[in-house]
Design a protein around this ligand. Structure first.
Ligand code: PEP
Length: 257
């Protein structure tokens, strides 16, 4: 099975809605200039909640070859959860993807594997795709326990799920020590853990699921290193933070092929 590469830009808490539409326009122009072929890679922007409506309007009215989504979601359907945004609300804005369990949410908002599991399920139930983030910190990496740690996060994220449900997710392997630091895992480091994630999905949910699910790498991906990372057989795309905030930086990543 060929898995279409997914290049997803995680804008984090950057860009108001004016800046967001400006970036989307510039990105669309830059991709057109670079002869971007949406058959060869899928390009998605994951924006702050407040940008989604403006980005949706622009992408849909101009039929731009871009997907969009959110960076978090509530684990609840509705009700007294002040400040939260439900999966159904995001689906009604036509989001296709939602990041769940980013390391910044795990660290600053105490998100556990159980919360990641519950949120990801809400995303699936609403007909969208969760991009489930996993990855070890520097202490775990120094102890050489990156595979067991990350695989345990994957097992926790999908505990109690059916193979049909898991087949619909994207997993992003993001070693925490490589996020926003300029430190990049070597292509071999990325391959080692991405392959272990795929093997774990295979043993829990079957070979078809392992073959279908896209496993992304994230952590200081840029134009200068994207090709060697994408050359790894178990890396199916990239989750990109800093380099997704400028069209001229993100375009060569999206058109890495
Ligand atoms: C991220 O935010 O998920 C990320 C990978 O950031 P950066 O590319 O800046 O390391």
């Amino acid at each position: 099975m060929t898995r279409k590469p997914l290049m997803a830009g995680n804008w984090k808490m950057n860009l108001d809605h004016f800046e967001a539409t400006s970036l989307v326009q510039k990105l669309a122009w830059a991709l057109a200039d670079a002869d971007y072929d949406s058959e060869k890679s899928e390009c998605v922007v994951l924006t702050p909640f407040t940008d989604i409506r403006s980005v949706q309007t622009l992408i849909e009215s101009d039929k731009l070859p871009l997907g969009f989504g959110a960076q978090d979601v509530s684990a609840h359907d509705s009700g007294a959860y002040t400040g939260e945004v439900s999966a159904t609300m995001l689906q009604k804005l036509n989001c296709s993807y939602v990041t769940v369990g980013h390391s910044e949410r795990r660290e600053y908002h105490a998100e556990t594997d159980e919360i990641v599991n519950a949120k990801s399920r809400k995303v699936i139930e609403a007909g969208m795709t969760p991009i489930v983030c996993v990855g070890e910190g520097l202490d775990i990496r120094k102890e050489g326990r990156q595979v067991e740690y990350t695989v345990a996060q994957v097992e926790g994220a999908f505990a109690g799920w059916s193979a049909e449900e898991v087949a619909q997710v994207v997993v992003a392997y993001e070693p925490v020590w490589a996020i926003g630091t300029g430190e990049v895992a070597t292509p071999e480091d990325a391959q080692e853990v991405c392959a272990a994630i795929r093997a774990s999905l295979g043993s829990s949910f079957g070979a078809d699921v392992a073959d279908t699910v896209r496993v992304l790498y994230g952590g200081s991906v840029k134009a200068s290193n994207v090709k060697e990372i994408m050359a790894q057989p178990d890396v199916d795309g990239a989750l990109v933070g800093g380099a997704s905030l400028k069209a001229e930086d993100f375009t060569p990543i999206v058109t890495f092929y």
